[in-house]
Design a protein around this ligand. Structure first.
Ligand code: TXA
Ligand code: MG
Length: 340
């Protein structure tokens, strides 16, 4: 086991070898696992003890079910009741990858401990070779919500897991920085003729419609969740992705108080274009022309606000209508509170 300096408030976190991660999971412990979206807090989905520990470590409300991870579609299919015809096309196109599917469960499912009473499960096949191999060795679905305290930003590196959870878990399997940096797109696949995007992510309606067209299923419609549909994801009613300090969403620098230091999340373009008063410091999210780069660094930058002196602000930005633009808008809206 490799040890390293404890920089976080949570205490020293063990870096696990692949074998240690597998054996910890098999002995019903919880470990942080790398995925291509964000790090997950993994526990065997059939284990009451492991699931209990995930809720405890995350301080997660008990009515919020856990997303489960499989190593391939065959493993996944052995746990669900039925899938719509379009689902196989989606899986072929997007999995392994940053897309999760909400599917119906058979009664008496062995995944019951992870489901918080739901009759559905949200499944994902992560595109991270180490993580996939861990699930394959464990040979059971691995429940893994993002590896952060409930309400806080999702970690995109082993260091961020340590900073938040410290030594409260058996360890982390370090797979390097997460490639996407935002959580998966969640698709509701419980309807036959319509796919609802329950949580926006890197994959959106354009990409999904293209797959449906290719499969000769153009009559199936795709849309973002609205109104009551948003409640389908129990986690959507909780505050999310926030730094420890309150992040205030504003329209312009004119809103800032002149008598105290301010930290301001902005795009590179805005940072370059605005005249910065001495009391305001830009914290750059990246260029509007590089949304994947903005997504990759987003949580790191939000988290960085906690380590700097000053009140935290985000100047509202129009990130555009692309899948990633909408996902970035969604996370920043939910991380912040609008003041004027
Ligand atoms: O990219 C991701 O999805 C990451 C990585 C680690 O896989 N995981 C992740 O987990 O973001 P979490 O728990 O932070 O977010 C999953 C969301 C939660 O808001 C939860 O309420 C929702 O999925 N969810 C899980 N199971 C569900 C179910 N059966 N029905 C509806 N929503 C569900
Ligand atoms: Mg989360």
């Amino acid at each position: 086991m490799v040890e390293r300096a404890n920089k976080g408030k949570g205490g020293l976190l063990a870096i696990l070898t692949f074998e240690q991660a597998v054996s910890a999971l098999l002995s019903e412990q919880v470990v942080a696992l790398p995925t291509e979206t964000v790090y997950g807090l993994g526990g065997v989905a059939t284990s009451v003890a492991a699931i209990e520990r995930i809720y405890e470590v995350k301080q997660r409300p008990r009515d919020n079910p856990l997303i489960c991870h499989c190593y391939d579609a065959t493993q996944l299919l052995s746990y669900v009741e039925a899938v719509p015809v379009y689902w196989r096309h989606l899986v072929a196109a997007f999995s392994p990858g940053p897309v999760s599917y909400r599917l119906a469960l058979p009664t008496g499912s062995p995944l019951t401990p992870a489901l918080a009473g739901q009759s559905t499960v949200v499944f994902r096949i992560p595109d991270q070779p180490l993580c996939l191999e861990v699930i394959r060795q464990v040979n059971l679905p691995v429940a893994a919500p993002s590896a952060n305290t409930s309400g806080k930003v999702s970690p995109t590196s082993a260091q961020m897991v340590e900073d938040d959870l410290g030594a409260r878990i058996a360890g982390v399997l370090d797979g390097g920085p997460s490639g996407y940096g935002l959580e998966s797109t969640i698709l509701d696949c419980c309807e036959v003729g319509h796919i609802t995007i329950l949580r926006p992510g890197a994959i959106g309606p354009e990409e999904i419609e293209a797959v449906l067209r290719q499969a000769g299923l153009a009559e199936i419609t795709v849309g973002y969740a609205q109104g009551a549909q948003l409640g389908v994801v129990p986690g959507s009613k909780y505050r999310h992705y926030a730094p420890d300090k309150t992040l205030l969403r504003i329209k312009s620098l004119a809103t800032l108080p002149e008598d105290k230091p301010s930290l301001v999340l902005v795009t590179q373009e805005r940072a370059d274009r605005l005249i910065w008063p001495v009391y305001a410091t830009p914290v750059v999210l990246g260029s509007r022309d590089d949304l994947p780069g903005v997504a990759r660094g987003l949580y790191q930058q939000i988290k960085a606000l906690d380590g700097l002196a000053g009140e935290a602000y985000y100047i509202e930005e129009d990130w555009g209508d692309s899948s990633l633009g909408r996902a970035i808008t969604n996370r920043l809206q939910r991380a912040s509170v609008f003041i004027r």
